[in-house]
Write a protein that binds this ligand. Structure first.
Ligand SMILES: [Zn+2]
Length: 379
């Protein structure tokens, strides 16, 4: 491939200026889109320009965005394939190593990201995701209005969120934040109070129900150890059932739970308490919600469910932020959806040692609203 005669001035890849003087002519081979069933390699004639500012430099060509031996449209095809499949899968299709696919995808996403507008952050969500033993926790800051993750930080300390406010937002941008949906985690709250004191803190349903599930799990474990023999067998393996909402269970599974509840009343009470807490967010007004919460906590009396009593104390301590749901309109479920998407990416991708890559992937996923195509890897 050679440039048409006549177009004389080349662009210096160092500074972006037009340069007329040519230092030397070179050839470069890049992989391009396939031709029919054949793999296509294009040999491109390129110039090294003699830039007055940078010295001898390679000219800049839009179709060759990086030093890697691939054309831009080839990289785009690979990047698009990565939106719906794991890197190893894409690699098999294009005849590339998975690591090469990931590098191409990263460049593809970086180019995409550099051209987009960033909407103002008015409602933010803060969540944490457990990366497993080696990666520990990461904190995810997201924009609740656009439903996309904005930033990832290591661990889940106050310093983590401080770092977000310091490095990502200007003082003016900080004052524009109206609301934040967070978990009942003191570190997040104290950072928000310091950097965005005007913002309303909302403890969202998703996180509160996570704590309710933790309480159920504690009850389950306590009951498992309390009971011996054949009764223990009944409690065993019921974790998932107890953590799933009744409406999401099939009839057989509901029967399974009913059988368990006939034998263990304490587990039944715990399950009913969790189920009924959902209605705290369906009250017609804040006053009704306060009454509902008070009654819910009252029902715990004499039930001997210490895990739930502890949880109730937590709810009381954070009731202001929980009831903020009735004062500030935020989109609920966004934090949950973002969390779910990231989990899905982590599950499929495995090697996300590069957090920036994971963030770009999650952003692209939110923007494109793509869903992962499930691949069954041949055994
Ligand atoms: Zn230059």
């Amino acid at each position: 491939m050679r440039r048409k005669a006549g177009t004389q001035k080349r662009i210096c890849s160092g500074c972006g200026k037009h340069v007329a003087e040519i230092h030397e002519v070179v050839e470069r081979e890049v992989r391009d889109l396939p031709w029919s069933e054949y793999r296509a390699t294009v040999v491109v004639e390129l110039c090294r320009v003699r830039c007055p500012d940078c010295g001898p430099r390679m000219e800049k060509v839009a179709q060759l965005p990086s030093k890697a031996p691939f054309s831009k449209r080839f990289e785009e095809a690979v990047g698009q394939a990565c939106e719906s499949a794991a890197a190893s899968q894409v690699g098999r299709r294009f005849g590339l190593a998975a690591s090469t696919v990931r590098a191409i995808d990263m460049r593809y996403l970086t180019r995409w990201e550099s051209t987009r507008r960033r909407p103002a952050l008015k409602q933010m969500g803060i969540d944490e995701i457990y990366l497993g033993k080696s990666g520990k926790f990461i904190t995810v800051v997201s924009n609740l209005e656009t439903g996309e993750p904005l930033w990832f930080g290591h661990e889940r300390k106050k310093e983590t969120i401080d770092e977000f406010f310091r490095s990502q937002l200007s003082p003016l941008q900080r004052t524009r934040i109206q609301a934040a949906c967070i978990d009942m985690w003191p570190a997040f709250k104290s950072s928000l109070e310091q950097w965005a004191p005007q913002c309303a803190i909302i403890y969202d349903k998703f996180h509160i129900m996570q704590h309710a599930n933790k309480a159920i799990d504690e009850v389950r474990r306590a009951e498992f150890f309390r009971q011996g023999g054949w009764r223990r067998k009944i409690v065993k393996g019921k974790r998932w059932l107890l953590l799933t909402r009744w409406v999401n269970l099939t009839e057989d599974k509901q029967q399974d739970l009913n059988r368990l509840f006939r034998l263990n009343r304490r587990l039944m009470k715990a399950y009913l308490m969790k189920e009924s807490l959902e209605r705290l967010w369906q009250q017609p007004s804040e006053t009704k919600a306060v009454t509902y919460l008070t009654n819910w906590i009252r029902q715990l009396r004499w039930q001997r469910l210490p895990a739930f009593e502890k949880f109730a104390h937590m709810l009381l301590d954070h009731s202001e932020g929980i009831l903020n749901y009735y004062r500030v309109a935020v989109r609920f479920g966004v934090v949950e959806a973002i969390n779910g998407n990231i989990r899905l990416l982590l599950h499929r991708g495995r090697g996300y040692k590069n957090l920036r890559y994971l963030l770009l992937k999650a952003q692209r996923m939110a923007a494109a609203k793509t869903e992962f195509v499930a691949f069954r890897i041949a055994a």
